[in-house]
Design a protein around this ligand. Structure first.
Ligand SMILES: [Zn+2]
Length: 383
């Protein structure tokens, strides 16, 4: 989550979220800021960055829609030391208050990579809401004019925490804006949602993701690496930031070997591969593998439609362009599209916590059958 241009952000330079930015600009221009916003949309598309940029613009001494980035308020806001701008996000319950500050600092410095808490489930506790939001909202601003609270991934609030916040939303203190962000608005209590003005954020285009990655020197992507990472990020700059170019290459190789059926020639091999995917990977990684499988067939479809006109450099799996071309020749478009539908269904099944062994066994089997059909077809043709 970041914007093009590195350190010099501004609302008008938020990439790919024109509708959201227009809503905020309208409220800012009219001088009637809602007390609470709900920024909702996929992970990693700029919700937190936009919220902090709004906080910065509201407090900038020059008072423009784009924070000037130079005044004292902007300097404090950029350094996350503005006493009236508060960022809250989920952490494991075991984290200590001084560690919390360090996590925030590393988040800001790293351009909002997701904090990695291993297997611990991060939450927003009632204590955090009381001390970081409720108590501070009821004080006057130190520097002003606005107190802004950004509660990232607000759906991670416990029920108690949400109830504590609800009281503040019901009787909002003056000069206070609370921005909740979430990728799962349905996981928030309706009592909370109904008191917030909703601002929808959308998936980014590959080009926007690449622009964000290449545009922020903190992230260290070359233009070419940014393009490669964007192509597998499914419209989430945050997801792209979490990978690096070497990881992308290794993941592509692993998925290519699955797509070529190297280890799934017999039933035993197929079950073993399904178990590997089901037990060795977390749910997000499983979805990522399925995304990469979809992108393999996108390559196959591309070659199938363009024929010899598809240069291998247009392909994500350019290293395997021969194998991709061979599947494009031997698989019918209907067959490829039915596989895409099945993988898409598998992705949704994993999202809904279906049994991953069953999901992957079924997908690998469908792909093995399709490869067999294609081989038979080309054998018939050759005969
Ligand atoms: Zn300023």
């Amino acid at each position: 989550m970041t914007t093009a241009g590195g350190g010099t952000l501004a609302l008008s330079r938020i990439v790919g979220q024109d509708h959201a930015v227009q809503l905020l600009e309208g409220a800012h221009a009219s001088g009637r800021m809602p007390h609470a916003y709900l920024f909702q949309g996929p992970d990693g598309v700029g919700k937190e960055t936009t919220a902090l940029e709004l906080a910065c613009a509201l407090n900038c001494e020059k008072g423009g829609l784009d924070a000037c980035g130079e005044c004292r308020a902007c300097a404090m806001a950029r350094g996350m030391s503005h006493p009236d701008i508060h960022l809250v996000f989920p952490t494991p319950t075991t984290i200590k208050p001084d560690e919390y500050a360090a996590v925030i600092e590393s988040q800001v410095k790293g351009g909002f990579r997701d904090a990695d808490f291993g297997r611990k489930v991060p939450i927003i506790s009632v204590d955090t809401v009381h001390t970081e939001v409720v108590a501070k909202a009821n004080q006057r601003p130190y520097v002003g004019p606005w107190k802004v609270f950004v509660i990232a991934d607000a759906d991670a609030m416990t029920t108690e925490a949400a109830n504590a916040l609800l009281k503040t939303l019901e009787e909002p203190p003056d000069e206070t804006v609370i921005v909740l962000t979430t990728s799962r608005p349905s996981a928030l209590p309706t009592t909370i949602v109904s008191r917030c003005q909703r601002v929808p954020f959308v998936r980014l285009s590959d080009a926007d993701v690449a622009r964000i990655l290449a545009g922020d020197p903190r992230l260290g992507f070359s233009a070419k690496q940014a393009d490669a990472a964007a192509s597998v990020a499914r419209g989430s700059a945050g997801r792209a930031v979490r990978t690096d170019s070497k990881t992308v290459e290794a993941e592509l190789e692993r998925v290519a070997s699955i797509m070529l059926g190297k280890r799934t020639r017999d039933v035993a091999g197929l079950l073993e591969e399904a178990n590997n995917l089901a037990f060795r990977l977390g749910r997000e990684e499983q979805q990522h593998v399925l995304d990469l499988m979809l992108l393999w067939y996108r390559d196959v479809l591309l070659v199938s439609s363009l024929g010899a006109g598809a240069g291998s450099c247009d392909l994500l799996y350019s290293r395997h362009s021969d194998a991709v071309a061979s599947q494009a020749r031997t698989m019918s478009v209907d067959l490829i599209e039915s596989l895409i539908t099945k993988i898409d269904g598998a992705r949704r099944a994993i999202e809904r916590y279906s049994n991953p062994t069953i999901v992957f066994t079924s997908v690998l089997l469908d792909m093995a059958i399709a490869r067999r059909k294609a081989a038979d077809r080309s054998a018939v043709r050759a005969a």
